[in-house]
Ligand binder design. Structure first.
Ligand SMILES: Nc1ncnc2c1ncn2[C@@H]1O[C@H](COP(=O)(O)OS(=O)(=O)O)[C@@H](OP(=O)(O)O)[C@H]1O
Ligand SMILES: Nc1ncnc2c1ncn2[C@@H]1O[C@H](COP(=O)(O)OP(=O)(O)O)[C@@H](O)[C@H]1O
Length: 207
């Protein structure tokens, strides 16, 4: 840290427009739906389908996806525990800004460790973190092997691959658990819309 950008030399500047004002303008609340689960579990597919359903209902959204974020904001990071934590810290900071901007943010990241997800929750305003556990079993994810990564991980061509040679800690108290080997895409989307309704993020008329 240079002398000129020390935290003690930087003061928070107050804004005149807050999240509540933006919610009134948009007609819905903001929140983060944090999708966690193994590679190939269905995070991206479910989040994309939900975003389409929300758009059709006039809800303002943004989807942050691990693969895409790692092309830009986090292009310098790999898959060590430290790099994954830094990846998720940056995404949580972006999600925090988007929540303040009034959006329903859909974040699809493996986010393998409980302490990483707890830290994300702490970085967001109280009540703005909904944990969605895509609980598709490893065997099903590996069978799908959408990108051929499990095959490479089993062959030792990819190190630290989640579920194979790196840990995944399942959430203990997720707001919603979806096993995409059991639920159709339509069922998952409906359950997510029901959750947003129950949490009063979107209004009944918008469902
Ligand atoms: N070693 C290793 N382990 C897990 N995943 C790997 C790895 N290497 C590359 N990939 C690809 O990167 C995607 C996961 O990135 P994330 O940013 O979501 O991971 S993390 O939350 O920081 O753990 C993940 O995307 P998804 O399949 O959509 O989950 C993979 O395509
Ligand atoms: N019921 C379902 N819900 C979501 N995805 C499903 C379902 N059944 C099969 N799939 C398939 O599983 C794969 C999940 O891949 P993806 O969404 O990229 O997972 P992730 O983002 O967790 O890596 C996709 O090819 C998708 O078509």
């Amino acid at each position: 840290m240079t002398e000129s950008n020390k935290a003690s030399h930087i003061q928070w500047q107050p804004y005149q427009i807050d999240a509540a004002a933006r919610a009134r303008l948009k007609g819905h609340q903001s929140t983060v739906l944090w999708f966690t689960g193994l590679s190939g579990s269905g995070k991206s597919t479910v989040a994309n389908a939900l975003e389409q359903a929300l758009l059709a209902r006039g809800v303002h959204t943004y989807l942050l996806d691990g693969d895409n974020v790692r092309h830009g904001l986090c292009a310098d990071l790999g898959f060590s525990a430290a790099d994954r934590s830094e990846n998720l810290r940056r995404v949580a900071a972006v999600a925090d800004l988007m929540v303040d901007a009034g959006l329903v943010v859909l974040s699809a990241f493996i986010s393998p460790l409980r302490e990483q997800r707890e830290r994300i929750k702490q970085m967001l305003p109280p009540g703005k973190f909904l944990e969605i556990y895509i609980a598709t079993p490893l065997e099903e994810c590996e069978k799908r092997d959408v990108k051929g990564l499990y095959k490479k991980a089993r062959a030792g061509e990819i190190q630290q691959f989640t579920g194979i040679s790196d840990p995944y800690e399942a959430p203990e108290a997720a707001d919603l658990v979806l096993n995409t080997a059991e639920f159709s895409l339509e069922q998952s989307v409906q359950l997510l819309l029901d959750l947003l309704l129950a949490k009063a993020v979107i209004a009944p008329a918008a469902t």
